[in-house]
Design a protein around this ligand. Structure first.
Ligand code: MOS
Length: 648
């Protein structure tokens, strides 16, 4: 495209378009590229030609080394020491829905892209910048998204190629990425290796954490998951150090994938802490209580809310932790060894502002809009609920609209920000609209409420009246008609996670029971208990559903998800759902218990909800590793725990 260099397998070298998918697919087979020069690819951090370098290129903002105290000295003098290496296979998001784009140009160089993106406002900015258009000439539309998990957070090459090709042929154009192409079209979760050292007292109190992460990135960018962030704040520990190194490999640039950084970082520390617990003969739950961080050790700030200890206790009751045998290899069920595991979970509140517009119409309909995205997680539902509750109209009177960059700008559905920031915006817009309507009616000389104090005006069941004298009233629609209006509208800006004085995180705990057949190398997850505290739960049903989904995705990460690369050619050998195994129903227990600890967070802003979409996957693979260790006495440190590794 821009030059003749091919840096990774499945990199687009041409776009073939036709009247039908069949014709285009056939025509693509007629393209015969000539390769002038070939080289040996770097395909893995484990390959013999892999070279570790310091990350210096774009996207490395979070990859600077972190030093808090003298972690190496504290480790050297610690009475108890653990040093272990954890590895993590390359993963792909594999949303059910393929990435796809439809481009439509209008005469005045105005582009509309119907695109599978997690954030239409963000995409608008990116597309405009790449194509050199003013933002108002680019409109991005996406009313429903079939999953993203981070793969649709950025704008990738196919979207831009679709826009350019559509312009070239002067017609609307649709491009859909195939499952195989999806392995190199929208990023991936980096293949990585973590070396972690824990220094502790004989009582199990952490004195030092020293961590290094090595991962594969692309030859053009240095994106890598910032695992150190969670390691720096999860437990009370006076000294911490992390550093990052990357291998520039012949792969597409990695990107965010569900709980980027938190998820693999948590795997390393939660397994290491479990090892420490066994070494010191301390109950794994107890060692987590012993190291509970009352304030955020990474910055000394108080938490805006934290109910982790309550999560531990409630989860322990639900799984029956006290009846768990203290030693490993203690429970048998026929050919199966049975074990129980635990992991803490945490995910940060990423501050973001969102905007929304609210309009109250003649017929009593409340129209609310914001350029948010619904990935299938329930954005429509929670925003409708928030508007209904804030404005005091029934849910069926609310028409909530999202997924169009021409609507008020809001955060991307990523970083678990959408619920908090969009409901904050909806709330703000509805409050502003209510105030505006009350001001309007008291200023209207023809209204029976003219001259009243706005605080004394009530709007209920489409009727405006005086609080202390309900005989003074009129219908909202009458007031509008008299003034020849069809609606009144107001905008609101919501502030989510804006506190500077607090550290803001969601917390939770995973407990699981697994069965292991060592002869066959099979791990069955029998039961799952997740207890989480996420501030206000906006909708119990959609929240629970998200937790089940992210737990299931974590089970896939732990037991089966692995992108296999042929080291000779840097080509994917399992770029399909038949051989890249995401967890399906048969892999997930029917017994998944999810509970939320009631929690009020007065500092997080908006309606008091903290993010949860990514929290649920953090620690899942660690809980399974810890349960396998309890069941078998063997510590697995190389994800995924496929049968070859489980077999004794
Ligand atoms: Mo998510 S990885 O923040 O889209």
């Amino acid at each position: 495209m821009q030059n003749g260099e091919i840096r990774y397998s499945l990199q687009p070298i041409a776009l073939v378009i036709a009247e039908t998918l069949e014709a285009a697919t056939y025509a693509a087979t007629l393209v015969k590229p000539t390769y002038f020069k070939t080289g040996s690819p770097v395909a893995s951090i484990h390959a013999s030609n892999a070279k570790l370098v310091e990350p210096t290129r774009p996207h490395n903002g979070e990859l600077k080394p972190v030093l808090r105290g003298d972690a190496k000295a504290a480790f050297a003098s610690a009475p108890v020491k653990i040093t272990e290496t954890y590895t993590h296979a390359m993963n792909h998001h594999n949303a059910m829905e393929m990435p796809a784009t439809i481009a439509v140009w209008e005469a005045d160089d105005h582009l509309t892209l119907y695109d599978t993106v997690q954030g239409v406002s963000t995409a608008q900015g990116t597309v405009a910048a790449i194509l050199g258009l003013p933002a108002e000439k680019v409109r991005i539309v996406n009313k429903y998204l079939g999953g993203g998990f981070g793969s649709k957070g950025a704008i990738w090459a196919a979207s831009i190629l679709t826009a350019l090709a559509s312009k070239a042929v002067g017609r609307p154009l649709k491009v859909a990425v195939s499952r195989e192409q999806y392995f190199a079209s929208n990023g991936l979760r980096d293949e990585q290796k973590q070396i972690i050292s824990l220094g502790a007292t004989k009582e199990g109190k952490l004195l030092s954490i020293v961590h290094e992460k090595q991962s594969a990135t692309s030859v053009t960018d240095d994106y890598a998951e910032a695992n150190g962030n969670i390691l720096n704040m999860l437990y009370a520990c006076p000294a911490f150090e992390t550093k990052y190194r990357v291998v520039r490999a012949n792969i597409i640039t990695p990107t965010f994938m569900r709980a980027p950084g938190e998820m693999p970082g948590c795997f390393a520390i939660e397994c290491a802490l479990d090892d420490l617990a066994y070494k010191l003969k301390i109950d794994p739950l107890e060692i987590r209580r012993i190291n509970h961080a009352d304030t955020d050790p990474s910055n000394g700030k108080p938490f805006s809310s934290k109910s982790l200890l309550q999560c531990y206790t409630r989860g322990a009751e639900l799984i029956g932790w006290k009846d768990r045998p203290k030693t490993n290899r203690a429970t048998r069920d026929g050919n199966w060894l049975v074990g129980w595991g635990i992991s803490t979970a945490s995910y940060p509140v990423h501050s973001n502002q969102g905007n929304a517009r609210a309009r109250y119409f003649l017929d009593g309909t409340l129209g609310v809009s914001s350029a948010a995205t619904d990935l299938g997680t329930g954005t429509y539902t929670i925003c409708t609920q928030t508007a209904s509750e804030t404005f005091g109209v029934p849910m069926d009177k609310v028409k909530f609209e999202l997924g169009d960059s021409s609507l008020p700008t809001t955060a991307i559905s990523g970083g678990s920000m959408a619920a908090g920031s969009t409901t904050a915006a909806v709330h703000a817009a509805c409050v502003a609209l209510m105030t505006k309507i009350k001001k309007y009616v008291v200023a209207d000389e023809k209204s029976p409420l003219h001259g009243a104090n706005t605080d004394d005006v009530v709007l209920k069941d489409e009727i405006l009246s005086l609080k202390n004298d309900p005989s003074k009233s009129e219908k909202y629609s009458e007031m509008l008609q008299r003034n020849k209006q069809t609606n009144i509208e107001a905008n609101g800006e919501g502030k989510y996670g804006a506190s500077k004085e607090h550290s803001m995180h969601s917390f939770g705990v995973h407990y699981c029971k697994v069965k292991v057949d060592e002869a066959l190398g099979i791990v069955r997850v029998e039961k799952w208990v997740g207890v989480h505290a996420v501030g206000r739960v906006l909708n119990e049903k959609t929240a629970r559903s998200q937790m089940i989904g992210s737990t299931a995705m974590g089970i896939g990460n732990a037991l089966s998800e692995q992108t296999e690369i042929d080291l000779r050619y840097a080509r994917y050998v399992n770029a399909n759902l038949g051989e890249y195994h995401v967890a399906v129903n048969a892999d997930t227990p029917s017994d998944i218990v999810i509970e939320f600890i009631p929690e009020e967070d007065p500092h997080v802003g908006g309606v008091g909800a903290k993010g949860m979409g990514e929290l649920g996957i953090v620690g899942v693979s660690a809980a399974i590793a810890n349960a396998i260790f309890h069941a078998t006495g063997r510590r697995l440190r190389d994800l995924p725990f496929s049968p070859d590794k489980v077999m004794a």
